[in-house]
Design a protein around this ligand. Structure first.
Ligand SMILES: Nc1ncnc2c1ncn2[C@@H]1O[C@H](COP(=O)(O)OP(=O)(O)OP(=O)(O)O)[C@@H](O)[C@H]1O
Ligand SMILES: [Mg+2]
Length: 248
């Protein structure tokens, strides 16, 4: 019998299309009727060709996009919260404690030091400044960011350095659910191995992961299951979304 007690995320009937209002209302169907469940400590890999909607699905799980249909139930403070119907402040509370997201590219904030960028989510989650800085420093060290860079803003860092700062920021809080969009895309072998370790350590602590991993070895090393997304044709969803006004 399937144990449903440890499910931390239920995605049910998710459908998403984009309507480009500035381009004659062109409709881009992305995915249709996606469902899956995720247990604590499990890693689900999103798999599919470029343009299949992997990043869009991940951003939808993070509450960045309005879905056409479906619910995303997340276990937050012992209750199930539907991200698809949550107000902005509820999504923010969820992101502080429950839901982490590592985008492919770091959003650089001018004049904020690397140490502060990494420590910020832990401070927001309620940790003391000392604890947040110590945890951030340990992660930066593990990810081989030279210490003389920690006091600088990461704007001038290389692509791989910025990606590692982004990963450190994503792992600084022990989130119950972590969403990862190609976290190893521009990393060398040693840093890739460190990221694999970080993911597997988080899983051992009970973190559920949804991730996109183009690298086969990384995928094999961290994923328990794969979810296949096939690219939709316009015809497949045209009838379903006909007449609907969908705003990204
Ligand atoms: N904000 C947006 N507005 C309009 N269309 C979008 C938007 N984001 C994504 N799309 C479209 O949705 C489709 C899926 O894009 P998405 O980035 O999710 O693909 P992906 O599977 O992550 O691809 P890749 O492997 O190349 O990263 C693409 O056709 C893309 O053009
Ligand atoms: Mg993508």
């Amino acid at each position: 019998m399937k144990n449903t007690k440890s499910h931390v995320l239920h995605a049910r009937g998710l459908s998403k299309s984009f309507t480009l209002h500035t381009q004659g209302g062109a409709v881009i169907p992305v995915f249709d009727d996606i469902s899956f469940e995720l247990n604590a400590g499990e890693c689900l890999g999103l798999h599919g060709p470029s343009g299949a909607g992997k990043s869009t699905l991940l951003r939808s799980l993070y509450g960045n996009y309005k879905l056409d249909e479906g619910e995303i139930l997340v276990l937050h403070n012992k209750a199930l919260v539907d991200i698809a119907k949550s107000a902005y402040w509820e999504i923010n509370a969820l992101r502080r404690q429950t839901l982490g997201y590592v985008s492919q590219f770091l959003r650089v904030i001018p004049r904020v030091s690397t140490l502060e960028v990494v420590a910020e989510p832990l401070l927001n989650a309620g940790a003391s400044e000392d604890e947040a800085h110590a945890t951030a420093a340990a992660l930066l060290e593990r990810l081989r960011i030279a210490e003389h860079l920690w006091s600088l803003a990461p704007a001038t860092f290389s692509g791989g350095e910025q990606q590692r700062v982004n990963i450190a920021r994503g792992f600084v809080v022990n989130y119950p659910i972590l969403l990862l969009d190609e976290p190893t895309a521009s990393l060398d072998a040693a840093n890739r191995a460190t990221v694999v370790d970080l993911i597997n350590e988080a899983k051992t602590r009970g973190t559920a992961v949804v991730g996109i991993f183009h690298d086969h070895e990384v995928r094999d090393a961290v994923c328990d299951r794969l979810f296949d997304l096939a690219r939709l044709s316009a015809d497949q969803t045209a009838s379903r979304i006909a007449g609907d006004e969908v705003v990204a």
